[in-house]
Design a protein around this ligand. Structure first.
Ligand code: AMP
Ligand code: GLY
Length: 416
């Protein structure tokens, strides 16, 4: 099958690996990165230019388009490709609002009867002041629009909460959401859907804060592991029954079916599972630890979703191995990453059995040397028989990476 993958991050490198591993599929990436270049052909196309992507796919007999990041989904790239009659894994712009607008996601959850944090959408500082008095600290203040996981401030300090709300009101969308703090471990569950049927992948846990012990600012994600041995056995079925399927059914009933990856960001609270957020795409870096454990070929499953036949797919097969991924970030990430630093040691890291280095914010310079081009530079992933095994290998591999003043968390998957 000829597949066109849209995006250029670590998630797309991980997706590219899973799409081609053990198959004869022909892969093209728009625009891809230094990692995807080794697995297929990178194309000089703007990931948000739906017309250009649809035209290239049509001219080159592409059979499946897979959209990685949220920006092209919200920009309607999926709609443009669908209009050209090509199967797409990734929702329409209307369905991607589940991620693009927190207020919309709350409206869908209310309609679908899905448990989530109580919240107040605000458009003025008066509304913000009223909302903040309704809750106890810690305060949760979220930009209503897209913010790549960085638009949220969780703080005990009411003046910091006010300041972030003010910044959100001044930003593009001009709206902020203030909500109840959900206490408990966070879980990411990816659910594949064709708009009707839901097929869950195995859960993962992401580490969102920049520093050890969950300190520092929120980031896109500093590391992840899968599976989560501490979860109760019925967890996945419960999320499908109480969260994913009701949301998929509500979206279909509204005439905006969701075809693609519904990322359920959940908290296991003392009073049951509650939703923190939905994303309309695979998570980064969770994808890097979930997909290497999937033994069923990914392309077959997501093609079935794209053509509306997910109910024909046999039960997914999973490796019993665990995976741990540690993000190596550039100096200054998440606020102001320093770009251009030289990266070494990838081949040495990959000499450790079970280790794969996923490329995210890195590109080849004019001398074909790998240099930093983004905040999260690499995700060093390892498979092992248990979580502690995979963790030991991942950190041994991280030690072999050379990048001046890079930083990473030391506590990914610790204590599991
Ligand atoms: P979001 O952009 O909504 O995913 O939020 C980013 C991160 O902020 C989440 O992964 C949580 O760690 C934290 N967060 C967001 N909302 C809440 C909440 N209501 N209660 C506790 N933590 C939250
Ligand atoms: N790892 C969180 C996200 O992809 O949004």
């Amino acid at each position: 099958m000829k597949i066109l993958l849209v995006g250029s991050g670590g998630r797309e490198h991980a997706l590219a690996r899973a799409l081609v591993a053990g198959t004869t599929h022909e892969l093209y990436c728009a625009p891809g990165n230094a990692g995807t270049a080794a697995l297929g052909k990178n194309l000089n196309l703007d990931q948000n230019d739906g017309e250009a992507i649809a035209a290239w796919a049509a001219d080159n007999q592409v059979e499946l388009v897979v959209i990685g990041p949220e920006a092209p989904l919200i920009a309607g790239v999926g709609d443009a490709v669908r209009a050209a009659g090509i199967p797409v894994f990734g929702p329409t712009a209307a369905a991607a609002r589940l991620e693009g607008s927190k207020a919309f996601a709350k409206e869908i959850m209310a309609e679908a009867g899905v448990a989530t944090a109580e919240c107040f959408p605000c458009r003025t500082m008066d509304e913000v002041a009223r909302a903040l008095t309704a809750f106890q600290p810690p305060y949760v203040v979220k930009n209503d629009g897209l913010a790549a996981g960085k638009g949220v401030v969780v703080t005990d300090d009411i003046s910091a909460a006010r300041a972030h709300a003010e910044a959100c009101l001044a930003s593009a969308g001009g709206a902020v959401v203030i909500e109840d703090y959900l206490e408990g471990p966070e879980v990411s569950l990816f659910c594949i859907s064709d708009g009707k049927t839901v097929v869950p992948l195995e859960p993962a846990q992401d580490y969102k804060r920049a520093l050890d012990n969950n300190e520092g600012p929120n980031t896109g994600g500093m590391g992840a592991y899968s599976p989560l041995p501490w979860l109760p056995s019925g967890f996945v079925n419960e999320v499908v029954r109480d969260v994913a399927q009701p949301v998929i059914d509500t979206m279909a009933k509204r005439g905006t079916p969701f075809v693609g990856l519904l990322y359920c960001g959940l908290v296991q609270t003392a009073s049951g599972i509650k939703v923190i957020e939905f994303n309309a795409r695979f998570g980064d870096p969770e994808t890097q630890v979930v997909l290497p454990r999937l033994e069923t070929p990914l392309a077959e499953v997501i093609y079935a979703a794209a053509i509306g036949e997910l109910d024909t797919v046999p039960t997914l097969e999973w490796s019993t191995q665990a995976a741990v991924g540690v993000v190596v970030a550039a100096e200054g990430y998440p606020s102001e990453p320093t770009l251009g630093g030289k990266i070494g040691g990838i081949a040495e890291a990959e000499m450790i059995e079970g280790v794969q280095v996923i490329i995210a914010g890195a590109k080849e310079d004019e001398n074909r040397k790998l240099v930093v081009s983004g905040g999260r530079v690499l995700c060093v992933c390892a498979l092992g028989d248990t979580v502690p095994d995979a963790r030991a290998k991942a950190y041994e591999a991280v030690d072999r990476i050379t990048l001046r003043r890079s930083h990473h968390r030391n506590d990914i998957a610790s204590g599991i």
